[in-house]
Design a protein around this ligand. Structure first.
Ligand SMILES: Nc1ncnc2c1ncn2[C@@H]1O[C@H](COP(=O)(O)OP(=O)(O)OP(=O)(O)O)[C@@H](O)[C@H]1O
Length: 207
């Protein structure tokens, strides 16, 4: 049975129809690569998927019910990694992770250092994030994927600014998530070399 069902979504921004009749569904283990040129509406679609904005028409259903029916339950099953890394630049990596865990109501792992280590952040963990590089800031944001157990990951350009090692690490984490029955929707301008089956959805740029 499909866990995420997207029915006939349409979105208008500033009088421009970005997309309409968007339909797809995901079951355990599915990954969907959302493609399209700049401005086609990929981020707009992801924001609708996670409930941050409303579609012009259509619906998003989680386990057969509209996501608006029980947003808290939906959000417990969701990790959204947006265009921006969602990191407080005044806080350190450790403080950001602690804050995010508190916000999400998840326990911080006892061995936070091994996570920081695998993300290449040891030695930088107490610096304000403003003093880190773009890729290092995004690694802090991506740490969420290791911190919270959630069925659905919605990732907007997750590979941006990451070096090859971090890309490999992230892909391994994604494979593990899918193997455990998770689902992923992501955007990426890069073609995605993927060992398993990949669903794709292409949005055209409409004038
Ligand atoms: N908050 C907003 N208010 C008005 N227009 C918006 C808003 N957000 C996005 N848009 C417009 O909607 C269109 C689609 O933007 P969106 O960010 O969804 O595209 P995208 O496909 O993700 O692009 P990119 O590949 O550059 O990330 C753009 O033309 C943009 O100007």
């Amino acid at each position: 049975m499909s866990q995420l069902c997207v029915n006939n979504l349409a979105c208008i921004k500033r009088d421009r129809l970005l997309f309409d009749a968007v339909c797809f569904s995901l079951q355990a283990g599915d990954i969907l690569h959302l493609q399209g040129p700049n401005g086609a509406g990929k981020t707009s679609l992801l924001r609708i998927l996670v409930g941050l904005s409303e579609p012009q028409s259509g619906s998003v259903q989680w386990h057969g019910a509209p996501i608006s029916q029980d947003r808290a339950a939906y959000h417990r099953q969701l990790i959204y990694f947006g265009h921006k890394p969602g990191v407080n630049l005044a806080l350190s990596a450790r403080e950001n992770l602690r804050y995010w865990c508190d916000l999400q109501g998840v326990a911080q792992p006892l061995d936070i250092y091994s996570l920081l280590d695998s993300l290449g952040l040891v030695g930088l963990e107490d610096l304000p994030a403003s003093q880190l590089s773009a890729g290092q800031q995004r690694r802090i944001g991506l740490a969420r994927l290791w911190l919270k157990s959630a069925r659905l990951w919605v990732l907007d350009e997750p590979f941006t600014a990451l070096d090859r090692h971090a890309v490999t690490l992230l892909k391994q984490r994604m494979q593990m998530h899918l193997g455990e029955g998770g689902m992923i929707v992501l955007t990426s301008h890069q073609s995605l070399e993927w060992a398993g089956q990949l669903k794709t959805l292409h949005l055209e740029y409409r004038i």
